[in-house]
Design a protein around this ligand. Structure first.
Ligand code: ADP
Length: 636
């Protein structure tokens, strides 16, 4: 289950984070490699520099004594003593002792041609070399063969390590003996205590004879085989020291003169505690031969700082590249989202355009349908209005005939007058119907809004009279709007009808309604405000509910009953005066006002009750005379 969830999550995230992570790791690895290579190269340079420095100081130290044994050849007594001729041996000994003291060497001694010590600076010490046979010592063998002898060894008598420098003593071209000076290199070794990297000198046998880490001394860089060990025991070169291997294991060669080696932790001992080089682990080993000796100087530079630096670089590069990768990823995602949003937006716009087109078409149809609906309402109203006068006409005409037959001409005259009045009234009503159905005349004209309000109220006169609603009109003379009088009248009729509906309680809730108990009243005002004319229709009805306010101008939104009986409250209301609400009135009205370049808004007045405002462009002051009456009025 958990596995499946993880797989799902991974799929959602996609392969890119994994890719970024992999690339970051690869970059980290590359950075590690590069940093390590550069670090090792720098370490190698430093090592080489140190190597030169240490070798030079060691060579200088050795050279100081190199010429020394040869100068003894200048002493006649020394030559005599060596060649076995009578000579003041005691004086030679004292001379050598003084010389040794002055030069600060360990010992100076003279051997005859057979390798026996005949005079020595330590003549008066119990462990004096005098009389010792040292023919087996390599430095004697070399010098006896006419070559300068160089030998590092541990003295057999005093177990004291030293560097033996020997030189042939010749008398008249004949080799009569060998002069030897034994030098301590400890002084030098002590000065190494301050060097910055461990350094050791390995002799021709691969044995460390000098080392800045004390425990490394007399250990071997490479294991000795049996034959070699036997030879060393024979020459007593290291005076029977165990010569353990140092345990360096090669890791890899970095350059021609540098090799990475691992130093075991056990290579350290108590004695090393004093040494500044508490090193173990990876070191860079660099070696160079010491001139004039068969020895090799080796510098071991710890690699740990290079490795640490390489890790730091690797971590930095990996984290840095991961960050960059993540940013790139975020950017990519951001762009993708933007693209998706743009697509969605485009689609939405297309939809809105299409919808707008449909709505425009629908609106056109609705305007027409709305008109038909209003005509329907009016026809019903007219039928009702006409029925009464027709019935009256019938009665009157019947009576008039009777009056004429009886010769009551006055009464007939009176009846005929009443018939004329009734016919006039019916003509006015049919005129209204014609007027309402008439299409707009087109171009906007200056219209005196006060007059249009009066016309609209005239249309609703019968209903207003029947109700208890008080209607007040306050129209300013300069409230002249640029519009179409007929259509503005339609709008006003609609607003007034709604107000009457609200005040006479035809919202399907029953009972007459007024907000806060105020007397039922409608106030219509028209005034000019700069370049606009504002007509307000306010009533004292219950006002607009929140739901109604939001959807007021939505076609087919109505809170009125669909049924056409209307008079649920039993009040005397003419059939069809409101009818069932179609919910088209305000939608159509808003469309008409919009056509004039105006707005229609509906809200609740400060004292409750609905307040509808028509805002229209005002007619220019110097325009043609305003239309003070709708053209149809003449037809009425
Ligand atoms: P209809 O009159 O056919 O319902 P309208 O578009 O004219 O359609 O009105 C929509 C709705 O707005 C009405 O049903 C009514 O709820 C609300 N309304 C309009 N005028 C008023 C008003 N003066 N007072 C309270 N509510 C109103």
């Amino acid at each position: 289950m958990r596995l499946a969830a993880t797989a799902r999550r991974l799929r959602r995230i996609g392969p890119f984070p994994l890719l970024v992570l992999t690339i970051a790791l690869l970059i980290g690895a590359a950075a590690f490699r590069a940093s390590e290579t550069a670090g090792l190269a720098a370490l190698g340079d430093t090592g080489r520099h140190r190597l030169d420095l240490y070798a030079a100081s060691l060579e200088r130290e050795i050279d100081k004594y190199a010429f020394f044994p040869a100068t003894l050849e200048l002493e006649r007594d020394v030559l005599d003593l060596a060649s076995g001729r009578p000579a003041p041996a005691a004086e030679v000994n004292r001379f050598l002792e003084r010389l040794n003291q002055r030069t600060g060497t360990l010992a100076i001694y003279v051997m005859n041609a057979q390798g026996r010590v005949v005079a020595s600076s330590n003549w008066n010490r119990p462990d004096s070399f005098i009389g010792e046979d040292l023919f087996y010592r390599p430095y004697f063998i070399a010098a006896a063969a006419g070559r300068p002898g160089r030998f590092y060894g541990i003295g057999t008598t005093r177990n004291e390590p030293g560097y033996f420098l020997s030189s042939t003593l010749t008398d008249d071209g004949e080799i009569v003996g060998v002069a030897v000076v034994k030098v301590s290199l400890e002084q030098l070794e002590r000065s190494w205590a301050t060097v910055e990297a461990p350094v050791l000198v390995v002799d021709e046998n691969g044995v460390a004879i000098l080392a800045s880490v004390p425990s490394w001394r007399y250990s071997t860089l490479r294991p000795l085989d049996g034959a070699e060990r036997q030879r060393l025991e024979r020459t007593l070169q290291y005076n029977a020291r165990p010569l353990p291997p140092l345990g360096l294991s090669p890791v890899r060669r970095v350059s021609d003169d540098a090799e990475l080696v691992r130093l075991p932790a056990e290579a350290r001992s108590e004695a090393d505690a004093a040494s500044p080089f508490a090193i173990s682990g990876l070191v860079l080993a660099q070696s160079a031969p010491l001139h004039g000796t068969p020895w090799t100087l080796t510098v071991l530079s710890p690699v740990a700082p290079v490795t640490a630096m390489a890790w730091a670089h690797a971590a930095l590069s990996a984290v840095g590249s991961a960050l960059i990768g993540m940013l790139a990823l975020l950017w990519r995602q951001h762009r993708r989202h933007l693209r998706a949003l743009r697509h969605a937006n485009d689609a939405l716009e297309r939809k809105v355009e299409e919808r707008t087109r449909h709505l425009r078409a629908a609106q056109g149809e609705l305007v027409h349908a709305g008109k038909l609906a209003v005509i329907g309402q009016m026809s019903a109203g007219l039928a009702h209005e006409l029925n009464q006068p027709l019935a009256a006409l019938r009665t009157l005409s019947g009576n008039t005939v009777k009056f004429l037959q009886r010769g009551k001409l006055d009464a007939a005259q009176e009846n005929l007058d009443r018939i004329g009045q009734l016919v006039d009234r019916m003509g006015a009503l049919t005129g209204e119907l014609k007027r309402f159905a008439r299409k707009s005349t087109g171009a906007p004209q200056p219209v005196a809004t006060g007059r249009v309000i009066a016309n609209a109220l005239f249309l609703l006169d019968a209903r207003v009279t029947r109700s208890t609603v008080a209607v007040t009109v306050e129209a300013a003379d300069d409230a002249v709007a640029l519009c179409d009088a007929n259509r503005l009248e339609q709008v006003l009729v609609n607003l007034l009808t709604n107000a009457l509906d609200a005040l006479t309680g035809t919202k399907g809730t029953g009972g007459a309604m007024t907000g806060g108990g105020a007397a039922p009243a409608i106030t219509v005002t028209a005034a000019r405000h700069g370049a606009r004319v504002r007509i307000a229709v306010a009533d004292t009805g219950p006002g607009l509910s929140d739901a109604a306010r939001d959807r007021l101008f939505e076609p087919f939104f109505t809170t009125k009953d669909a049924a056409k009986d209307g008079a649920k409250d039993g009040t005397d209301r003419a059939e069809g005066e409101t009818g069932g609400g179609l919910g088209l009135g305000l939608a159509i009205s808003a469309g008409i006002v919009r056509d004039f370049g105006g707005t229609l808004t509906g809200t609740n007045g400060p004292d409750g009750g609905a307040l509808f405002t028509i805002d229209l462009p005002a007619a220019p002051d110097s325009g043609p005379d305003p239309v003070t009456d709708t053209p149809n009025r003449a037809d009425a």
